[in-house]
Write a protein that binds this ligand. Sequence first.
Ligand SMILES: Cc1ncc(COP(=O)(O)O)c(C=O)c1O
Length: 492
Amino acid sequence: MHIKLDGEGPAYRQLYRALRGRITSGELKPGTKLPPTRELSADLGFSRTTVLQAYDQLTAEGYITGRTGSGSYVEALRDARAKRDGSKAGERRAEPRLSAFGEALARRRSRPFFGSYVGERPVLRYDFRYGRPSIVDFPVRAWQRCLGRRARAATVRAHDYSHPNGSAALRAALVDYLGRARGVLTDAAHIAVVTGSQQALDLAARIFLERGDVAVVEEPGYEGARRAFEAAGAELVFAPVDEHGLDTDALAALARRAKLAHVTPSHQYPLGGVMPYPRRRVLLDWAESADAYVIEDDYDGEYRFEGRPLDALKALDDADRVLYLGTFSKVMFPALRIGYIVLPETLVEPFARAKVLTDGGGPQLEQDALADFIASGEFERHIRRSRSRYAERRVALLAALDSYFGDRVEVLGAEAGLHVAIRLKGKLDVPMRELVASAAERQVGLYPADGYYARPPRQPTFVLGYTSLAPTELREGVKRLAKLLEGHVASH
Ligand SMILES: Cc1ncc(COP(=O)(O)O)c(C=O)c1O
C-alpha cells in the first residue's frame, strides 16, 4: 500500500491522518483489510509501535476495527460523515440551526457590531473619539500597587470559587460609594458585580424578555441596550428624547405593553440631556402602573459640570422598579471590564443564577484591588482630578465651537458627561462616509450619531468626545472641522 505522509508532527499522527483521509474519501472501502502492522512498519521504515499507535487511534475513533487473529478492517462510516469529510470545505458549510437568539445575532445588520465609520481606528491627532476617559491620565501606579498588594496577599480562599455576584470587599466599597456619591442607598446583597455593564444588559434582557415582548429604548439611544433586547427577541418601542432626556409624557401612550425600559437620565446617550426631577417621577410612576422595570444606565453620572451631580433615579425608587447600572469603564478604564447592578429585591436571585450560568462569577483579583482603590480614597481623588481636567477641556471645546461655528451648530448635552453632541443647521452635500474620510485625511476623528437612531436624523448630528485632547488640540480640531464642514453644509 502506498501511503503519502504530510511530514508534520509525530510519525504516528502522520500515519493516522493519511489513513483517515483515505478512509473518509472512500478510497479505502468499508471491509478493506489494512496491511498488518509489521508489514507496514517495514514498508515505511517506522517502528511497529508507531504503526500500532496510529491503528489504535483509528480504532478508538471508529474508522477501523481489529479482529483478533485476522487484522484490521475499514469500518462503514455513516453517510453524512463520509460525505462531509470527503467534500470540499466550501461545500461542507451548512446553515447552522440556531435558536431565536442565535438567529437574531446572525442576521445581517446595517452596521457591524464592532467598529465605526473610522474602521481601523487610525491614529489621528485630533480624534473626537468619545465613550472613554483619558486613559493616559489614569493613576496607573496607585492601581498597580492595589493589584500587587492583593496578588501578594492572596490566600487559598482567594483562589477558590467565590460568590457569583462578586467580591465581598468590592460590594461593600460600592455600598458606601453609591450612598455617598449617587444617593443610592443599598446593601451588598442587592449588588451584583458584572463584566462591564454590557453583561448586566444581556442578563436583564434574557431574564425579562422573549420573542414579542416590548422594551422601551430612547431614540436616539444606546446600541448596547438595543442589541441585547433585540437579540432576546423583543420588539423595541422608540421613545423620543429632547434636551431634557427621555420625553416621559410620550411613554404612557407608546409603551403600554412594555416590560422593560432602558434610560440614561444622568446624561442621555448620546444627546446628553439631563432628566429633571418631574420627569423622573413620571417615569417611576409609569413603571409601577405598567408593571414594567427601568434600567437606569448611569454610565457617566459622576461627571456633571454645572452644579453637583444629580442623585440617581434609583434614589427615588420607592416601588423598587429600578435596576441601577454602573460601570468603571469611564471612571477607571474600559479594559477593566467591571460594572455593577443594584437590583430590586425580587430580582436578586434570578440574576445570581443567570450569572452562574453565564460565567460562574467574574475574576476576583481585580475586584478586590478595586475595592482597595475605592476604600483608600484613590478612586474619588481620581474622579475629582478628572472632573477638573475634563471641565477645562469642555470649556475649551465649547469656546472653540462658539468661535469657529457660531450659530451654525446647536450644541447639546454639554452640562454633564464626557461628550457633547452637535447638530448642524443645514444639510450635508456629501455622503456621511465621505465626510468622515475627509475629516480623517485632515487628522480629525469625526463620529456621526446616525448609528444611534432607528431613523437617521434630519440634521447632521455628531458626537464629540473631549476627554483625551488638550485645549489647544481641541481648538485646532474644531477649526479644521469647521473648515471642512463649511464646504459641505448647505443651509435650508
Ligand atoms: C450608555 C452606555 N452604557 C454603558 C456603557 C459602558 O459599557 P461597559 O460597562 O460594558 O464598558 C457605555 C459605554 O460607552 C455607554 O455609552
